[in-house]
Design a protein around this ligand. Structure first.
Ligand code: A2P
Length: 282
């Protein structure tokens, strides 16, 4: 049974509202005009900004947000504790570093970036503490598959609100998706456009694109939305930023949605979470 979604909003399992479409992290090193990229994303309508300790762009993002003078409540900030920051005390300290860099006193959503076998529960216990202390409005995970969620839920007091995980038409992550729906954890897609790769030129997606008079990226993002998957596409281009968030006033038919479902071929753009889960690579 599909949930009812409002325009660009979803209510998480703790009642906090999150935009369904947010802006993925653009790295300072990738663009000479970092602030202008974020400023045009804001103008396009993005209000969720995703970042992570590991991306190295928190300071620049914080400076842009502070300089813009916008009210803190007018945007939703997602941060992530990195692998090398995991552990109870370590996560609490990492959080402080993150909010200092972002020049805020709270986060809307804080995620464990990747599951790590050890420490595992200690990190989650710190997330719960941050939530209980009112420093984060919601806590969640990223790159957690069913086995990691099962393990977490043996001890968690708080069920994660969000799982941010690789998802795009060639990697629909349908097994994890079904499980997240069952657990009432909001599925959020990273690389929702498959890193701007082959899916944007897929024949079936092109057919839908022509049929609806929308771009391939819009077809893909609308597919995520109709599946109940939140997404954080990123683009450094003003036109594409606007294109990607203009998906709320039309819909794919159930048949066309199924055609995109059928493109699934288990093709990831990055490594599987389990590849690094046990290895202490960070
Ligand atoms: P650009 O910044 O030049 O727009 P993902 O979010 O899935 O990782 O994809 C990001 C990549 O997709 C970026 O390289 C971005 O390039 C590209 N991209 C984002 N939006 C679009 C779009 N609407 N059409 C084509 N490529 C896009």
């Amino acid at each position: 049974m599909k949930k009812e979604y409002g325009k660009n909003k979803v209510k998480l399992n703790n009642g906090v509202e999150m935009p369904m479409l947010g802006f993925g992290s653009v790295l300072e090193s990738d663009v000479p005009n970092f602030r202008a990229v974020y400023e045009s994303a804001w103008d396009a309508g993005y209000r969720l900004f995703d970042t992570a300790a590991d991306y190295g762009n928190q300071t620049a993002l914080g400076q842009w947000l502070i300089n813009s003078g916008r009210k803190r409540e007018s945007y939703f900030l997602t941060g992530k504790v990195a692998q090398y920051e995991q552990g109870y005390e370590e996560t609490l300290a990492a959080f402080q570093k993150t909010i200092k860099e972002l020049q805020t006193d709270y986060l809307d959503l804080y995620l464990i970036h990747w599951p790590k076998e050890k420490p595992f529960f200690e990190t989650w216990r710190a997330m719960e503490k941050l939530y209980d202390d009112g420093l984060v409005r919601a806590v969640g995970v990223s790159n957690f598959e069913a086995n990691h969620l099962d393990r977490l839920l043996t001890k968690a007091k708080i069920v994660p609100a969000v799982d941010q995980i690789e998802t795009h038409p060639y990697f629909s992550n349908h097994v994890t998706h079904a499980y997240l729906e069952e657990l009432n954890i909001q599925h959020q897609a990273w690389s929702p456009l498959g890193h701007g790769g082959a899916e944007l030129n897929d024949v079936k997606i092109s057919e839908s694109s022509k049929k609806y008079g929308k771009t391939p990226a819009q077809v893909i993002l609308r597919w995520h939305y109709q599946r109940g998957v939140a997404a954080i596409p990123k683009s450094t281009n003003t036109v594409r930023q606007r294109e990607n968030i203009s998906i709320f006033d039309w819909q794919l038919s159930p048949q066309d949605e199924k055609i995109i479902d059928s493109l699934q071929k288990g093709e990831r753009v990055m490594g599987a979470p389990d590849e690094n889960y046990k290895a202490d690579l960070w």
